[in-house]
Write a protein that binds this ligand. Structure first.
Ligand SMILES: *[C@@H]1O[C@H](CO)[C@@H](O)[C@H](O)[C@H]1NC(C)=O
Ligand SMILES: *[C@@H]1O[C@H](CO)[C@@H](O)[C@H](O)[C@H]1NC(C)=O
Length: 329
């Protein structure tokens, strides 16, 4: 009797022990599963950066260009900021003025450099061709592609410019700009030193931009059927971090060049999971350009050519007009 009771109670103890073990195992398993679910929901597909989401580098393993890019000029060093300027073969004077003003880093060891993106002209004269050759021999800053220049062909310039930058250069940030734009390079670099190093697409952002069916920028339903474009930054000047440029190139195969080049960049970025951020110092005044508006602390301003560009450059060079550059926005 006594022994039976003893056996009974020891069996009970064993049972309790097993139950506790089972409970602990169950708790550990539940914990692991919920941790896995938490990790997936927080760092899963929706929040992955473009670099993690897809393979952004393998396109470089084939040496054949993906765009109309001809040049194989490589950057001589790693730059903090690489500036690519949309230009055209005939715009010799604009390029020279940019070189004389905001486009040249005068430091002993250059931190940044400006290059000009050029396509082809149908009726290029002999003298124009030899002038271009001479220009590139002197400055070595001309990047060529083999498509024909046209206002509606600017997306081909974007493609060749991005491919050239990501394939032949290393840099922290890329500024895509135009040859009728003023860039406050000194302040821009200052601000970019505080900017996120990855996933950056920054400029004057258009939010839920409406697709126009009339006027200069009208687009047919065949070209784009939706009512709004993905958010994008104005094309006269916007900044991308290196990883973003690298990740947009593979999409050239998937998304046909769009007639509006800044919209095209927005579409590519959207595909790559990169959202544009707005910066108030990218200024594109909607006024009579003849006034040559001076806006203190502007980083990029459209439109400025000739004497206006020189004047803006001189005024912005004087620290007198600069406010405190405390924050990066
Ligand atoms: C190009 O040249 C052709 C023939 O030489 C001429 O008909 C045409 O008008 C020229 N186009 C331009 C843009 O100059
Ligand atoms: C754009 O470039 C392509 C390739 O060179 C050319 O065939 C086409 O005619 C150009 N578009 C315009 C509108 O000139």
């Amino acid at each position: 009797m006594f022994s039976v009771e003893q056996t009974h109670s020891s069996m009970q103890r064993l049972f309790k022990l097993k139950l506790r073990q089972l409970l602990i195992v169950g708790m550990v398993v539940t914990g692991l599963v919920s941790l896995a679910l938490f990790v997936k929901s927080n760092f899963g597909d929706t929040q992955q950066t473009a670099t993690q989401r897809q393979d952004c580098k393998s396109w470089k393993t084939t040496s054949q260009h993906k765009s109309t890019l001809i040049s194989k000029t490589a950057c001589v060093r790693n730059y903090f900021l690489l500036i690519v300027v949309s230009s055209a073969p005939a715009h010799f004077e604009r390029r020279n003025l940019i070189r004389q003003t905001w486009g040249t880093d005068r430091d002993v060891v250059a931190q940044w450099k400006t290059f000009f993106l050029l396509g082809q002209t149908r009726n290029q004269t002999q003298s124009e061709s030899s002038l271009l050759k001479k220009e590139n021999n002197i400055y070595g800053d001309i990047i060529r592609a083999d498509y024909y220049e046209h206002y509606w062909n600017q997306s081909l310039k974007i493609e060749m410019g991005f491919e050239w930058a990501a394939r032949y250069c290393t840099f922290s940030f890329l500024l895509k700009s135009d040859d009728d734009v003023f860039v406050n390079t000194k302040d821009l670099i200052h601000r970019l030193q505080r900017a996120p190093k990855k996933g950056l697409y920054m400029g004057k952002r258009h939010k839920n931009p409406e697709v126009r069916r009339y006027g200069k920028f009208r687009v047919s339903y065949d070209e784009f059927s939706g009512s709004t474009y993905p958010n994008f930054c104005s094309g006269a000047g916007f900044v991308l971090s290196y990883d973003v440029v690298e990740c947009l190139v593979p999409f050239f195969d998937v998304i046909n060049p769009f007639r509006l080049d800044d919209v095209y960049v927005g579409i590519l970025a959207n595909k790559a999971g990169v959202s544009p951020v707005h910066h108030s110092r990218f200024v594109y005044p909607d006024v009579n350009y003849e006034h040559c508006l001076f806006v203190p602390n502007t980083l990029v301003q459209h439109r400025a050519v000739g004497q206006c560009l020189t004047r803006l450059f001189e005024m912005h060079s004087k620290d007198l007009y600069s406010y405190n550059l405390g924050s990066y926005f």
